[in-house]
Each structure stands twice: as C-alpha cells, then as structure tokens.
Design a protein around this ligand. Structure first.
Ligand code: ATP
Ligand code: MG
Length: 430
C-alpha cells in the first residue's frame, strides 16, 4: 500500500510511494532520483548492475516532473533527505511530463511572479508554495474551530446584490436578468441584519469584490474576508475576540505546521501575545507627522507610508482606536460624549491593516441621519434599515482579510502569494 513520502522511515522496511520526479542524477553505476509529493522528498537509488530490466528502462526514459510509482526496500543513509533512500523493485511511469518545463520547479532559476502565476499548477508543486497553502488551510481550520467553540453560527450571505454597502463606486456591475446588480464588496449589511434575526453571534468566511484600480502588493480585486457580528457587546468586546483569534491561529500553525514553516524558512515563527496595544487615532497621526515627509493631519486616512512608520514604532500587532466619525462608514457608532469620534478600530500588523471593525449604530433614526451625512440616499438602503425598526439589538463586529493575515504571518512580500489564482487589474486567467 502506498504511503506519504513524509512518513517513510528506515523502519518502514519496504515502501511504495507515488509522486513527481523532482531531480534526476546519473553517476555511471548509480542513478539517483528525488521523488516528491506534498508531504516530502525521498531519494530513490538505482544500482544499475543489480536493478531489473524494467526498472532500468523506466529510469532511463523518465523526464523531470513525470508522475511515477516507486516501490522497494527502504535503507538508512546519512546524506539523503530525511536520512533514508528507496531502492526500487518497481519503477512505473504513470504519466510522462513534457520538456522543457514552462517553470523550473526546483527553483534553480528564480522566476518572476507573473510567470509563476501563469503556470500556477507547476509553481504550486514547489515545496515552499505548497507550504503556503497548507498553512492557509490549517489557519482556516483553526479559525472555524475557534468560532465553533465559541458558539458562533456560520452563515453565508449573497454575493450578488442590488446596492452598495457603502454607496461607493468600487463595485463590479454584473448582468442579472433585466436588473442592475453588483458583486458584493462586503457582507456588512447582511451580517448586521442577522443580529435582528436574533442569531447573536455570526461569522462568515467568503469572497469580497472590490473594483478598485489598485496596483499594490496588498490589494486584490477578489479577496477572502473573515467577518463576524455579535450582539450585546461593544467594540472592546469584539477587539478581544479578534486578538484572541489571531493568537489562536498563530498558535495552531506553530503547533501543526513545522514541516511547512521549515520549507518557508520561517525558523523563528513567533506567536503574538494578547492583549495588543490600543493606539489612539490622534496619537497615530502624531507619530506619522514626525516620521513621514508627505503632510498628514488629523482627519486624514492613514495611508501606506504612515502605516509603515507607525508599525515600526509599535513593533507588533496593535489596534488604532477612536477614529474621526467623518472618515469611517455610517454604521460606526459615534461616542456619546463626543460624536466627532466613533467606536471604530483597525487591527494593524506592523506592515499593514489587517481588519476594520466597530460598535455599530443600532438606532434607526441615528442610522438614517448618518447615511444622509455621507451624502447617501436612505431609500436605497430600505432593506437594511427595516430590521432596525423591529427590535435590533446593540451589536459590534469586524472584517479581517484572510490573504493579508497569511501574508503577514508568513512574511510574504506580495498578497498574491497568499491566493492560488489572484484577481487583479491585469489578471483574469488562469
Ligand atoms: P485598505 O485601506 O488597506 O485598502 P480597507 O480599509 O479598504 O483596506 P476594509 O473595507 O476595512 O478595507 O476591509 C476589511 C479588511 O479586508 C481589510 O482590513 C483587509 O484586510 C481586507 N481587504 C479589504 N480590501 C482588500 C483588498 N482589496 N485586497 C485584500 N484584502 C482586502
Ligand atoms: Mg479598513
């Protein structure tokens, strides 16, 4: 029976493995192959004098990245990966790979990101790329478990919608029979409506679509958002949930992904400690004013340059809290004592923003007033406003970008590295 390459040890005695031909080396009397699957790499050694005709014929014909089945005796050997090698009695080519390869899987020639993404199926054979997606999968598992254990209800809200969440211009229009429709930029309005349904704690992990003409290393046009909404809790409460989630996710990856972290060269993977510092928006602006050249003043958004200098000063994850009401969405709750600031926050990694959240406005009339103040028409939000007239509890929530979480966790230089098939202004295929 075949076993994963990562589980083959000298104690296995004999083993059958399947995988891709990672490398081929011929040393006269001996032929060496490295065979790779998603769990590891094993050396296959063929002593030409002792091997069967069939094994020799297959070994001679096979090309790199062909799919093979190999079975034989496992022997301990110091110099091979994992301290063992396989001496085959069977060497079967399941499917031959063409050459030349569009992309070098062994990474001797570093390819640029575009070439890699064009041949993503080959790129993802690289152990360090496989590792990113195995870790992403483990992180998502940890996140689902975290919410399940805390009694959250997992929901799915529509991605085809009639109106913008924030009335912005950043939507992809789509053809929907005879109506105007869009791809949703966020589950915001729907997750809030489920508070009126009495669901109390909901989360959704799903795609968000932003038609922004960004060309940065941290923006995608299709991203994955981890969203929560919780009733009878304020902004402090949901910030606690968020920092606990971050710590839990890092810890799970730390405890379960050592092989993948090693493949990525993350030898000093550190789990952050909660609570994260809370930095007032006004203090964040003051730091930026001292450290960046371009002018920035109270009331401005915190751009990338400011994010970086503030992040360098903070050193680890932190929150920016108490934002001017004017620069946050209409659904963020203003402070009673000073409505010019609101109960909104951003979770920051030293490199960039990871999440945005707030305590929400739950009073119908205040919400209508805030929608108007943003220059939007409350009538186009009727479906959203209606639940606020029929028993909407106080609530709060946030949205966390999954790709940015993985990107910052693993020190990836581009957010596109954290998505299998990124969508950006120039990339629609594959
Ligand atoms: P930024 O200011 O960095 O563009 P944002 O404030 O517009 O982000 P939000 O609307 O607050 O983003 O979305 C919540 C989270 O979703 C962000 O903190 C981020 O992690 C993620 N996110 C939003 N837009 C994108 C995008 N275009 N690409 C990747 N992740 C995104
Ligand atoms: Mg934001």
């Amino acid at each position: 029976m075949r076993i994963p390459i990562g589980s083959v040890t000298p104690a296995s005695g004999t083993a059958e493995v399947v995988g891709w031909v990672h490398e081929v080396r011929d040393l006269g009397g001996l032929a060496f192959f490295l065979i790779r699957d998603r769990t590891g790499i094993i050396q296959v050694t063929i002593p030409k004098k002792k091997a069967s005709e069939a094994v020799l014929a297959a070994a001679k014909a096979v090309s790199r990245e062909s799919v093979v089945r190999v079975a034989g005796a496992v022997k301990a050997i110091d110099k091979a990966p994992g301290g063992r090698e396989l001496v085959p009695e069977l060497f079967e080519i399941l499917n031959m790979c063409e050459s030349p390869l569009p992309l070098d899987v062994v990474e001797k020639v570093p390819a640029d990101l575009d070439t890699r993404l064009d041949a993503r199926f080959l790129d993802a054979r690289r152990p360090r790329v496989t590792a990113v997606f195995q870790i992403r999968s483990a992180a998502m598992h940890a996140i689902n478990t975290f919410f399940f254990n805390r009694g959250f209800i997992n929901i799915n809200t529509p991605k085809i919608v009639a109106a913008a969440t924030e009335g912005g211009t950043e939507l992809f229009p789509i053809a929907y029979f005879d109506k105007e429709a869009f791809l949703n930029q966020s589950p915001q309005l729907y997750k809030q409506m489920m508070m009126a349904a009495g669901f109390e704690k909901v989360y959704e992990i799903g795609p968000i679509f932003r038609a922004e003409e960004h060309n940065t290393t941290k923006h995608l046009n299709e991203a994955t958002s981890i969203d929560i909404e919780v009733s009878f809790i304020d902004h402090h409460g949901v910030m606690h949930i968020l920092e606990d989630l971050i710590v839990h996710t890092y810890q799970h990856v730390h405890d379960n992904c050592s092989y993948q972290l090693a493949n990525l060269g993350c030898t000093d993977f550190a789990v952050p400690k909660a609570p994260f510092p809370r930095l007032l928006y006004s203090d964040a602006i003051a730091i930026a004013q001292k450290k960046i050249e371009e002018p920035i003043k109270y009331g401005d958004d915190i751009g990338s340059a400011a994010e970086r200098v503030i992040g360098a000063e903070m050193g680890g994850h932190y929150f920016i809290v108490d934002w001017p009401t004017e620069i946050r969405p209409y659904y963020a709750m203003p402070y009673e004592h000073d409505p010019s600031i609101c109960k909104a926050f951003d979770l920051m990694h030293p490199r960039m923003e990871l999440a945005s959240g707030a305590e929400r406005v739950h009073q119908h009339d205040l919400l209508v007033q805030q929608i108007r103040k943003k220059g939007l028409n409350p009538e186009s939000f009727e479906f959203y406003l209606r639940p606020f007239r029929f028993g909407m509890p106080p609530h709060a929530g946030w949205g966390l970008g999954a790709e940015r979480l993985i990107m910052t966790m693993l020190g990836l230089s581009n957010v596109r590295e954290a998505v299998l098939f990124p969508r950006d202004m120039h990339r629609l295929v594959p």
